[in-house]
Design a protein. Structure first.
Length: 87
């Protein structure tokens, strides 16, 4: 694997140690994925105890989210559809 990454064995051992500690960089993971002819997929999933969806997470952490939801509701009442209808 060190050869595929074009690094010395010592550097690769440091790479593995960083992974084990949880301190590996996204750039290093991307290099490893490329060396293995893979894609790096990096994402965050909300815990169900916090929110059931990204929309729920936005409502908790984004002050504008509540306003957008109220606007969608008002538009629907006026027969104007919602922002989702325009997409």
């Amino acid at each position: 694997m060190a050869a595929k990454l074009a690094v010395k064995r010592q550097s690769y051992a440091q790479f593995e140690a960083a992974e084990e500690r949880g301190s590996i960089s996204v750039a290093s993971l991307r290099r490893a994925a490329e060396a293995m002819d893979c894609d790096l997929v990096y994402y965050i999933i909300p815990r169900e105890s916090v929110a059931r969806s990204y929309a729920g997470l936005a409502e908790i952490h984004d002050p504008a989210a509540m306003h957008l939801r109220a606007t969608d509701h008002s538009m629907a009442l006026k027969g104007g559809g919602s922002r989702d209808d325009a997409r």
